[in-house]
Design a protein around this ligand. Structure first.
Ligand SMILES: [Zn+2]
Length: 161
């Protein structure tokens, strides 16, 4: 495993639509291991493959006191409700912005063994899933803000995605 550099704006890879993973082989498992280690070192609560320079549809999530999640070709199949959250991104270091996210989401995808999984999530996990799935579509949280004037400096204890 290795910590890899996190790509930051204006790196164009962050604006690409990532490709679907066709075969879950050793290279994908190694990518997931590296992403998990990089996320924990950051420290972050989630990371998407394009953030480490690989334009594939792979995301990891690490919410404190919950088991880490790795998802391949994740897709949001249901969104309910709306709420205002503060959000930061490891690829936009130092800032946080207020945006709207769903109250809960249902996501399906595959795990590292190729098994189809479905996750129903709320709170930070739902927010992280929406954020990381945005990344693999080339979307950043600042795209959901009404104005970039509303970005503020991050506090030391705030997690980034
Ligand atoms: Zn991010």
């Amino acid at each position: 495993m290795a910590v890899v550099p996190i790509r930051v704006l204006p790196n164009p890879i962050l604006r690409q639509r990532s490709k679907r993973v066709r075969a879950i082989d050793g290279s994908i498992k190694k990518l997931i291991d590296n992403m998990l280690e990089t996320m924990h070192a950051a420290p972050g609560a989630g990371l998407a493959a394009p953030q480490v320079g690989i334009p594939l549809r792979v995301i990891v999530i690490g919410i404190p006191e919950q088991e880490d999640i790795a998802l391949i070709n994740p897709q949001i199949v249901r969104r309910t409700g709306e709420r205002v959250v503060n959000e930061g991104c490891l690829s936009i270091p130092g800032y946080v912005g207020e945006i709207k996210r769903a109250v809960s989401v249902t996501v399906k995808g595959r795990d590292q063994n190729g098994k189809e999984i479905r996750i129903k999530a709320d709170e930070l996990l739902a927010q992280a899933l929406e954020h990381e799935i945005d990344h693999i579509n080339g979307v950043l949280y600042i795209d959901h803000m009404e104005s970039l004037d509303k970005l503020r400096k991050i506090e030391p204890d705030e997690k980034q995605l």
